[in-house]
Write a protein of this length. Structure first.
Length: 71
């Protein structure tokens, strides 16, 4: 392959890949105007045995992770 052919091929591929970019169009009317933030309150019940071993009881995985981190 000659140098000119290689350069033209690389330039063509570069332009092709640049044209395949993601267009993040902000004119989407389906999105709500104010984003809804998730509730970040977690709760867990932590009981310890007489030897200090924690037993964690929670309603969901987020609460369980919070209790595990706290214990």
């Amino acid at each position: 392959m000659s140098t000119i052919t290689r350069a033209v091929t690389c330039a063509s591929l570069s332009l092709l890949l640049a044209a395949c970019g993601d267009s993040n169009n902000s004119n989407n009317k389906n999105e709500p105007e104010t984003p809804v933030e998730p509730s970040l309150t977690y709760s867990a019940e932590i009981r310890r045995t007489e030897y200090g071993i924690p037993h964690i009881k929670a309603a969901d995985w987020g609460g369980l992770g919070y209790g595990y981190g706290y214990a």
